[in-house]
Design a protein around this ligand. Structure first.
Ligand code: SF4
Length: 702
């Protein structure tokens, strides 16, 4: 029996874990007390790492579709088939005829981060999409505009703050997102124990709200009005005192002039006196942080919301001060390896929506496949993603993928998306990988560093994800004539992730190395977050300009927000600790227990519609309809219903024997690809207008 130290990389919390291995099999997984960031915390998903390892549905060899079904194929033959097909399609229809979709798990894999971007660049297509535009894009846009780099994210200094204002986030379930804070529940308790206050603003009384000091319902999609009114009040009550290197306060003051608490109250449902008081408390707190996540990003005013959150932190002097929002200083400087970002360098072909950081909004993917014309996507490469379940109007995308000339998926499962592939290339599972977290140390509430050797050996016949990207990338770059660029790409692809991390550590601020980290397998504590501005800004001027034209020009769109409407029903999502977006439902231990797919609805809304708790209802939006059991809940705001995404399994051809038994429809069968934040291009999956009626004739799954 051996105990191996590694980390769980299923979510952003990057918890250290101890994996017990007996006779080559995992027999126990528990939290690693010696990890200075996670301090022994794990959630139920960590134990399911073992299920991923042993899942009989997980592919271990490449497969290709044949008239008789899926057939194993060797790695070399698979690469040849994939590169041959993609090349032929691009030669006939142009570079953009190949589209790429990158799923969320890519950002949790070292090998994907070190090798996938170089491989994807060899496809030379502008039709690149990812989960970013249904997630954190507005936060990255705000960082790009204000601080000069898309990943220069100011993280709440949760361990020292005395006032935390949370909007549209449920860190008790997520353990922090765009804020790596493992054991968030414990950190929250510590915050309150030292006399701090936590205020949650959310259309649902979430698990986080339940253990906070205050919770206020907010009408979905109107958080921007609340935030602008807060800024209005902070300025008018005399709490605006930004740092010397901040410009644009006068323009912001003029922009929020009409956003009085009374006006915001009529739109948001949050009383004016609460807005005034929260502004006063936030402005007068010695250390305050405002934090907003998915609920304020994936809605029609996501860019305004994330900008406003930053402005609130900046003008109250809370940016870059202990207990406010601060910039981590990780051992590998991720910002150096990732471009600063850009926005609107090109637009989507059909709807003319802007790219951000080289990716088009995922809401446009289906139409780019289905709409004929120059640049139409005819082949797709999907990498660690299941967009049929995780992006808006999934049913339309399902049909679009069916119409492709060719599709290759780099994925361990035949799921609702990859069932449309012609070839699937499965990477080795997480416990067989080495890991250093390039991304989430950059977003962590404390500076730490940890290198993990693989907990289990990889079979010789298997391939790591980075090896797949390397081999595909090398085959793709060989299509081009010899050049210096080709030589550089070839050399880069041949480096191992370990070599790249080691180089990054050596030139990083603490002058570490993989060797040094391996001698401290639980990780190294590099201390609390430290002030870094203005020197760390990725702007030549070393100044922050609050008056961002792109945002100020967008503010008039808020004038369309109407007063609360008693008849409306707006759909929002929700997160559960045992769910992980659209995957991990194939782990029996994670899906057991009470079903979690129900539509939550306030009892008053049930009565108004003559519906009963537990009844099967039809939820209809502009995009389609689903049937689901409704559950009465006082934890949901009247006029709001909540359905979690990531369900909707049991589709013909998918090979997920446990997930296919899990009940519940896909929320993205009723989210609307037409509903977006036009400024950021983010999908507005929160605040979708729906109708809920009694279901008379249930339909069968497709
Ligand atoms: S919170 Fe859970 S899923 Fe996330 S890293 Fe920690 S153990 Fe893994």
């Amino acid at each position: 029996m051996t105990v191996r130290r590694t980390s769980c990389n299923l979510c952003e919390a990057i918890c250290g874990v101890l994996v017990t291995v007996e006779d080559g099999r995992v027999t126990d997984i528990r939290g690693d007390e010696s990890d200075p960031l996670s301090r022994g915390h794990i959630c139920p998903k960590a134990v399911a790492l073992r299920d991923l390892q042993e899942d009989p549905d997980r592919l271990t060899t490449p497969v290709r579709r044949t008239p008789g079904g899926w057939e194993p194929i060797g790695w070399a033959a698979a690469y040849e088939l994939v590169v041959g097909k993609l090349t032929a399609i691009q030669q006939e229809h142009g570079q953009n005829a190949v589209g790429v979709y990158l799923g969320n798990p890519n950002v949790h894999s070292l090998g994907a981060l070190t090798h996938m971007p170089t491989m994807v660049r060899q496809l030379r297509t502008r039709n690149r999409f990812s989960a970013t535009s249904i997630d954190q894009l507005p936060q990255m846009l705000a960082s790009y505009l204000l601080y000069g780099h898309q990943l220069m994210v100011a993280v709440p200094d949760i361990d020292r703050t005395s006032y935390l204002l949370v909007l549209g986030a449920n860190p008790l379930a997520s353990n922090g997102s765009m804020m790596t804070a493992p054991g968030f529940g414990k950190r929250l308790k510590e915050l309150r124990k030292r006399g701090g206050k936590v205020v949650v603003v959310d259309p649902r009384r979430t698990e986080t709200a339940a253990v906070s000091d205050e919770h206020h319902f907010v009408r979905p999609g109107t958080d921007a009005a609340f935030l602008l009114a807060l800024i209005h009040e902070v300025i008018s009550q005399g709490f605006a005192n930004p740092a010397e290197y901040v410009d644009g306060l006068a323009e912001v003051e003029a922009a929020v002039e009409k956003w009085t608490p009374e006006r915001a109250a009529a739109i948001t449902g949050i009383p004016a006196d609460v807005i005034e008081r929260v502004a006063r408390e936030f402005g007068s707190a010695d250390r305050a942080a405002c934090y907003g996540r998915v609920g304020v990003s994936t809605q029609q005013f996501g860019a305004i919301c994330q900008w406003a959150i930053q402005v609130l932190n900046i003008i109250t002097g809370n940016l870059d001060r202990p207990g406010g929002t601060m910039f981590p200083r990780p051992a590998v400087n991720t910002l150096l390896g990732l471009g600063r970002g850009h926005v609107g360098a090109w637009k989507s072909r059909v709807r003319g929506l802007p790219e951000f950081g080289g990716e088009l909004p995922v809401s446009t993917m289906a139409e780019e496949i289905l709409t004929p014309g120059d640049g139409q996507i005819r082949a797709m490469v999907t990498i660690a993603g299941n967009p049929v379940l995780s992006t808006p109007d999934g049913r339309r995308l399902d049909k679009a993928l069916e119409s492709l000339d060719f599709m290759v998926s780099i994925d361990p499962y035949i799921n609702e998306t990859t069932r449309h592939a012609d070839v699937i290339l499965p990477p080795a599972p997480p416990l067989e990988r080495e890991h250093y977290d390039i991304v989430f140390h950059q977003l962590a509430v404390r500076n730490t560093a940890r290198w993990n050797d693989a907990a289990l050996p990889k079979p010789a016949s298997a391939r790591h994800d980075w090896e797949i990207f390397r081999d595909l990338g090398l085959a793709l770059v060989r299509r081009t004539p010899w050049s210096r660029r080709r030589a550089e790409v070839t050399a880069r692809l041949r480096l191992s992730p370990r070599w790249i991390v080691d180089a990054g550590l050596r030139i990083g601020p603490y002058r570490l190395s993989v060797g040094k980290l391996r001698r401290s397998p639980g990780g190294i504590d590099l201390g609390p977050l430290q002030p870094a501005l203005p020197g760390a800004l990725h702007k030549k001027s070393k100044r922050i300009d609050l008056a961002q034209k792109m945002i100020l020009d967008d503010l008039p769109r808020l004038d369309a927000l109407t007063a609360l409407d008693a008849d409306e029903l707006l759909l929002i999502g929700r997160r559960h600790l045992r769910n992980n977006n659209s995957w991990m439902h194939n782990s029996a231990r994670l899906v057991k227990g009470r079903p979690r797919h129900h539509l939550l609805m306030h009892p008053d809304d049930l009565i108004t519609r003559d519906l009963a708790d537990g009844q099967l209802v039809t939820v209809t939006s502009a995009a389609g309809s689903v049937e689901v059991e409704v559950a009465a809940s006082n934890d949901i705001m009247p006029g709001v219903v909540s359905l979690p995404h990531g369900f909707g399994h049991n589709r013909s051809g998918s090979r997920l024997s446990v997930a296919n038994q899990v009940q519940g429809p896909s929320a993205n069968d009723i989210t609307d690809a037409g509903l977006i934040d036009p400024t950021a291009g983010t999908a507005a999956v929160n605040g979708v207008p729906v109708k809920v009626t009694a279901c008379t004739a249930p339909s069968s799954p497709g």
